[in-house]
Design a protein around this ligand. Sequence first.
Ligand code: ATP
Ligand code: MN
Ligand code: MN
Length: 290
Amino acid sequence: MSSPPASDVSLTHPDRLFWPDEGVTKQTLADYYAAVWHFMAPYLVDRPLALLRLPDGIKSHQRFFQKHGWKGMNSRIEEIADPQDAQSEKLLRISDFDGLVALVQSAALEIHLWGTTTDHWETPDMIIMDLDPGEDVVWSAVIAAALEVKARLEARRLAAFVKTSGGKGLHVVAPLAPKAGWAEAKDFAHSLAESMSADAPEKYLATATKAKRGGHIYIDYLRNGRGSTTVAPYSTRARTGAPVSMPLDWSDLNELGGPAAFTLANVPQRLETRPRDPWGDFFDAAVPLP
Ligand code: ATP
Ligand code: MN
Ligand code: MN
């Protein structure tokens, strides 16, 4: 494996506790991102970002979900104009490891992304199906739902990759050659969700109505709209245990304990010991939306 990247962005208060129960500090978080950088970078750089910033850590009520810059923001976080909305506030982007360390310095404990790069704003390069289990849904049913999404994507000649959300569910992601626009991508994702719900209404919902969610899995297709964001592969979550959104092999799902089984503490070793990167051919597998 390649050596960890270096950065000259300095961390102020490196001992500040971000996840106090786990003893995870700002420095621990920077070290974690150095360990995963080579795996994470292809999904992270050159995309519009949204940050969940918690300057005083996850126990604090001060949390800011931010798509725009702020006063005193580190200069390694770039401000970029949305070409369709040049008048409005600038969006955020990073292009290298210094940018990621700057996000750590900014207490961005979750990093969320648009499903496209700023080279081709109007044509997404992935479809993201977010599986949101309601109360009383057993974990094996979430895995079954992910496999069902995979089968339906593959039936349309798309490739399917899976990651934990680090929260309650799984994300199934299909790489796209960026040809179709946002409306087409969202329509595609919507109809996939609708067809799953129509075929198994006792299991799946395609609408966000919380009322019926108990016992059901909501197939959240709304991650695919222009400006919507999803947590980045390898991003930490601002939740107890410092869970990580972890890219997996489909065969890993059998032994996966749950959506938060991978954490800042166990991911680096897992990356070193696993035989191959399960998402290694993600971008090579991209084809245009059918
Ligand atoms: P889970 O498995 O628990 O559903 P998740 O990452 O799929 O985890 P959430 O964390 O609930 O789902 O977030 C849903 C989406 O909404 C995320 O993809 C995120 O980009 C966006 N989001 C999160 N927090 C906010 C917020 N405060 N304001 C606006 N959008 C948000
Ligand atoms: Mn979700
Ligand atoms: Mn969701």
